[in-house]
Design a protein around this ligand. Sequence first.
Ligand SMILES: [Zn+2]
Length: 393
Amino acid sequence: MTRPGVSMWNKVFRDELGTVASDNEIVAKHPRDTAPRCGTQREVVEGMQPAKAHSAAAQLPEVPIPVLLIEDDPDIGALLRRWLDKSGFLVTLADDVPRAMELVRDGDFAMVITDVELPSGSGLNVAHVSKKVAPKRPVLLITADNDPDLPILALRHKVDDFLRKPLDRVRVVQTLLEMQRNIEVPEPPSSPRLVARKTVVAIGAHPDDVEIGVGGILAEHAAQGDEIILVAMSPGAQGGHATVRALEAEAAAERLGAELIVGDCSDTDFVESEAIRFLEGVIKEHAPDIVYTHTKNDTHQDHRCVHSATMVAARGVAEVFAYQSPSTTTDFKPTRFVDISERMSEKLTLLAAYGSQDHRPYMQKQAVEAAAQYWGRFADYTSVEPLEVMRSR
Ligand SMILES: [Zn+2]
């Protein structure tokens, strides 16, 4: 499946205003797009060429492709439906997030198109759920929002492509046909080893916390074919550049084959009630068998907050373990010692994704190995990640 990269974002901007313009173009209606923009009448970014009018019609699908379109603007929704129905697609339109969530879970659609800003929530959440229930089903985002972080958010939610309004009929159809072609390429049958057996949620206050605490254990889960969700409650702006750290976390998650969720808690100033709500959402959506979180015996206030919030949010989870971090105190009292001797190189590979943190003493190879060897004295002198058992049924 095609994964989005910066070079493939289709970024076509026009400083035109208004509503639906014609059968071949939708211009932005979002209030933020009413501000005058500097520059030329039409700017094409990153070498993208204006869509060629001839190619879409020549590739129309023989059988209508069922598409779920999520768009709250009735004019844009109706016009997109008309364009797509005429181009070999069969469109079902949803205009709010609750209905869209129902349809992505239960509907039989080949692809999903969603606006980002919807009155009852974010289209990114719809994209996330769609990818969760049907990882191979393409998702196309459309938006009038010029937020520069949006491509990163889209990448994080694993959307397949991204179009900014104003929309162009040929561009939209070409993009959908391209996505359809990508899913028609057969993938090799999956190995039984890769069938998910358990769902594991590993929660850290900041990017790199879970890799430091349970990177080896997570690598073992990955080897067992378990589904892994990494949660960084905050992008960690106090310890580096938030965007860089989020991208590093994405790279580590990819190396692990894990899903990454990055929250927006304020680094060093977590609010427990907000953390609980956020984690309750994660737990409800993923229904994990095992949760890893910070120990409460930690000098960092965010780590302690995440521990407390996890214990509330994961109250229904069968197994909950607390891991150590570089700021853990001597009150940390592990009783489970997991041999990661065979996974140490993978743990180091995960930590190496955090280039912005490689100056920190605890990120050094020798320090990581020495910590694992220290705890190994409780487990036949192997290399160990220690855990406090919070709950194990
Ligand atoms: Zn941390």
